[in-house]
Each structure stands twice: as structure tokens, then as C-alpha cells.
Design a binder for this molecule. Structure first.
Ligand code: NAD
Ligand code: DAU
Length: 339
């Protein structure tokens, strides 16, 4: 079996590469990544030592490059993680989100049609469902919840999902989609809430909390997301959407305070800043379908996962300090100086 993993040098893609090498040592894995600001080849250093893994740098929206790669490699399965993934960046500059997330998905599926494939899997997000009100804790996103997006990021992911389902219905492409809640764990880029708070708290810097900090996210340890995708690409039904989440809802303020408590840092570091435009209030996944059909259940509780994640950031300071000392420093100044 030969698998193409796009976005392999990013947060979830790299964790998926390591899971596949561990779970399927006989598979050949090709990791593809454009190495944008979010892609980091250092993350794949260990994988590179495995003869079953190879890396290729390229753009999923570059038709000639992608078609040549598919012609040469003859993949059995494609798992598409490659994306622009940060909501705040999509509010500043939506264009690149449409190109990568929608057109890139189209190019990959066109190559699948041309060269044949057993499965095309699209890694999507719970953000395509929009948000839920804080005063209705009984409501959850199911696969039947209507698409109702808030940000250019989520709109681009929803457009890609619709295109994937259209390629299945129109061309019979064997597709599947997972829509997962917020991930956390090793190799998470420090522009996202949890690694941003850990790295800034360790440096005794102010911790920006948007609005009142009451927004709720449903956190899932990244390895559990990767296990779910592994199950879906092997046993999930073609043409189906599977929601992935573990009922680990926390307000942003709860998350920030938990991290401060674990690190022994004072809550006085918390700084309330201007809210995100169009900020979604609450995400909450109903994972009944994937649990009933494929026997997937989360294995890591948030209280354990957050400790494991903090330990990883303490043990791997070079990884994130290299990122923070480079271009990302300018990004932080630009995004937070007038908030
Ligand atoms: P990430 O930003 O860490 O990684 C994305 C990777 O894609 C980067 O390595 C980047 O270099 C690469 N990339 C960007 N444009 C590319 C292009 N044109 N061609 C090839 N590679 C390109 O993101 P992530 O958090 O790992 O998310 C991966 C996928 O999972 C995304 O599709 C995202 O929408 C989805 N998702 C993320 C979460 C989450 O909580 N992080 C939850 C649900 C779904
Ligand atoms: O739900 C899945 C989605 O989760 C993925 O599709 C996205 O790719 C991923 O980035 C993530 O989106 P969020 O917008 O939920 O994640 P982020 O880490 O950017 O923010 C989490 C919450 O924390 C959100 O309510 C905004 C808030 N926040 C974020 C940052 C960066 C702050 O309060 N302060 C901050 O500095």
C-alpha cells in the first residue's frame, strides 16, 4: 500500500505520518508539503530515517507537479491535510485560503481521477458547521448539521468538502471526509491558542485572550484524530462524512488557566484583547457515527493530554524557539499590537 500524505510537515499531518509508520510498517508513505510558514521539515527528522518514508516539496495547487508525482508514484490512498489552517490569518488575507484549500483539493482529486486511486480522504473541520450557542449545552454537531460557516477559513474548508462530495457523486471518486474538533499535542504551531499560551507563559509574557474568554472549544489529543483517520481510510464507507471529537469542551479561559496552573505561573499574565471578527462561540462534536460504525473512541482525556502536551513543549524548546525567533516574531507584532 502506498499513501500520499499532503501537509506532512504541519501539525496533524506529521503526527499522522508517525502513526502510520508505527501502525503499518509495511506501507510506503510519501509526505508532501510546500513548507509554507507552517511547515517545518525538522518535525519530520525522525521519519526521514525510516526507509519506508520519503519527503517531497511541492504545492497541491500546482497541477503539472501533482500530475507528474501521481504518474510516477501510483498512490493507493491520498490523505489531504495540506491547507492554510489559521482563522486569524484568513481574516487578514482570504485569497491564499481559497487557492490552497479549494483549488488544491480540486487538483488532487483530478490527479486521482486521472491515475486511479482506492481512496481520497479529505481532512476537514467542525468549523464548517458554524457555531452553537453557549446557553444550549444539549446541542452538538452531527453529520446532518447544515453547513453554516463564519470565517474565510471555514468557508474555504466547506467549499472543499462540497467539491469532494460532488466528485464522488458525479465521477464516482471513492472519497471520505472527517470533520474534527480542535486538536492539541506535539508539533502544534505556536500561533494557535494552546502552544501560544505555553510558549508565552514560559517567557512570562502577556497572554492574549480574545473577548471575554468564554468561547468554548472541544479539544481532542492529536493522536486520537490520527487514529480516527486511519480507521476511516481503511474501514469507513465511501462517500461518507465522519465527525471526530471526544466531548472535551472547555472555555478558552479554562484552558489558559489550566496551563498557567500546570506551569506555576500567575493568572495576572492574562490580558483581554479585542475579539476575533465573527468569533464562533462554541464547537461541540457528536461522534456517535464513527463510534458505532468504526469502534473509534478517544483514548486521551483533556486533563492528561494537556499535561503531556506541556511536557512536550518543555522537552522540545528548540523546536518552537526556532519558529518564534524567525518570521513568526513579526507576525505576532502585526496581529496583536493594535488589538
Ligand atoms: P498546519 O497549518 O499545521 O499544517 C498545514 C500544512 O500544509 C503545513 O505544513 C503547510 O506547509 C502545508 N501547506 C500549506 N499550503 C500548501 C500547499 N499549497 N501545498 C502543499 N502543502 C501546503 O495545519 P494543521 O493544524 O496540521 O491542519 C491540517 C489539516 O487539518 C487542515 O486541513 C485543517 O483544516 C484540518 N483540521 C485542523 C484542526 C486543528 O485543530 N488544527 C482540526 C480539524 C481539522
Ligand atoms: O475546530 C477545528 C479548528 O480548530 C481547525 O479547523 C483550525 O485549523 C484550528 O486552527 C482551530 O481553530 P480555532 O480558531 O478554534 O483555533 P485557535 O487556536 O486559533 O483559537 C482557539 C480559541 O482561542 C478561539 O476561540 C480563539 C481563541 N484565541 C486564539 C488565539 C490565537 C485567543 O483567545 N487568543 C489567541 O491568541
Amino acid at each position: 500500500m502506498k499513501i500520499l500524505v499532503t501537509g506532512a510537515a504541519g501539525f496533524i499531518g506529521s503526527n499522522f505520518v508517525y502513526l502510520m509508520l508505527e501502525q503499518h510498517p509495511d506501507y510506503e508513505i510519501v509526505g508532501l508539503d510546500l513548507l509554507t510558514y507552517a511547515g517545518n521539515l525538522e518535525t519530520l527528522e525522525e521519519a526521514m530515517k525510516n526507509p519506508k518514508f520519503k519527503f517531497t516539496k511541492g504545492d497541491i495547487a500546482d497541477r503539472d507537479y501533482i500530475f507528474n508525482l501521481f504518474k510516477e508514484e501510483k498512490f493507493d490512498i491520498v490523505v489531504n491535510f495540506a491547507a492554510e489552517s489559521h482563522v486569524d490569518r484568513s481574516i487578514e488575507d482570504p485569497g491564499i485560503f481559497l487557492r490552497t484549500n479549494i483549488l488544491g483539493t480540486q487538483v488532487l482529486m483530478d490527479a486521482c481521477r486521472e491515475y486511479g486511486i482506492k481512496r481520497y480522504h479529505q481532512v476537514s473541520t467542525d468549523e464548517v458547521y458554524g457555531d452553537l450557542p453557549l446557553d444550549r449545552p444539549d446541542l452538538f454537531f452531527t453529520e446532518e448539521t447544515p453547513i453554516h460557516t463564519s470565517s474565510p477559513y471555514s468557508a474555504s474548508k466547506a467549499a472543499a468538502d462540497l467539491l469532494v462530495l460532488a466528485y464522488h457523486r458525479t465521477f464516482g471518486l471513492p472519497v471520505s471526509i472527517t470533520r474534527c474538533s480542535n486538536n492539541y499535542g506535539p508539533y502544534h504551531f505556536p500561533e494557535k491558542l494552546i502552544p501560544l499560551i505555553i510558549s508565552r507563559a514560559l517567557a512570562d509574557e502577556s497572554l492574549p485572550v480574545y473577548g471575554t474568554g468564554e468561547n468554548v472549544r472541544d479539544w481532542l489529543y492529536v493522536k486520537d484524530h490520527c487514529i480516527a483517520i486511519d480507521k476511516v481510510i481503511h474501514d469507513g464507507k465511501v462517500g461518507e462524512v465522519y465527525n471526530v471529537g471526544g466531548h472535551n469542551e472547555r472555555t478558552n479561559l479554562e484552558v489558559v488557566k489550566t496551563i498557567l496552573h500546570e506551569l506555576g505561573k500567575p493568572e495576572s499574565l492574562i490580558t483581554y484583547v479585542g475579539d476575533r471578527k465573527g468569533h464562533d462561540m462554541r464547537y461541540a462534536i457528536d461522534p456517535t457515527k464513527i463510534s458505532n460504525e468504526l469502534g473509534w473512541l478517544p483514548t486521551v482525556k483533556f486533563d492528561d493530554g494537556i499535561k503531556m502536551t506541556i511536557k512536550w513543549y518543555l522537552d522540545n524548546q528548540d523546536w518552537w524557539k526556532n519558529i518564534i525567533s524567525g518570521d513568526y516574531k513579526n507576525y505576532y507584532e502585526k496581529m496583536y499590537s493594535n488589538r
